[in-house]
Design a protein around this ligand. Structure first.
Ligand SMILES: [Fe+2]
Length: 138
């Protein structure tokens, strides 16, 4: 299983975004824990729901600031968010049809975690740099 813990290498240099990323990591860990320990369907469904709600909230925070501040790489960044959201909704469909299968656990522990770490370290840190350059105070 891929482990994920917050550390400074994940900081994008802007508190608002860092705090939300920490929360998102917590949501993934909760989901991973629920799937891994074969909790009841209701419990897993609930953590999956929290994960989706928080992802939605976080992405729209980033996108709102990008639009407002005229961020030049908005389109490509938003496209990555959309891809992630569509993968998540496929996971939900899978879960609703087949329950917490090994495949779902694998998806949570590898895809979600790897995507998030890669996304934060590359594309979000670029956005963080932009925010710092314009003196954004979150
Ligand atoms: Fe992002």
């Amino acid at each position: 299983m891929t482990e994920i813990e917050w550390d400074d290498s994940l900081s994008v240099g802007v508190d608002l975004i860092d705090e939300q990323h920490k929360m998102l990591i917590q949501r993934i860990k909760d989901l991973s824990e629920a799937v891994g320990s074969s909790r009841g369907r209701g419990q897993i469904g609930k953590t999956l729901g929290f994960m989706i709600d928080y992802t939605e909230f976080h992405f729209s925070t980033e996108e709102k600031h990008m639009t407002k501040l005229g961020y030049p790489d908005f389109d490509i960044h938003k496209q990555q968010h959309e891809e992630f959201k569509s993968t998540l909704s496929h996971m939900v469909e899978e879960f609703e049809e087949d329950g917490a299968t090994a495949g779902l656990g694998e998806g949570v522990n590898t895809f979600l975690i790897n995507w998030l770490v890669t996304h934060i370290k590359s594309i979000d840190s670029k956005f963080g740099k932009f925010l710092q350059e314009i003196g954004f105070k979150g």
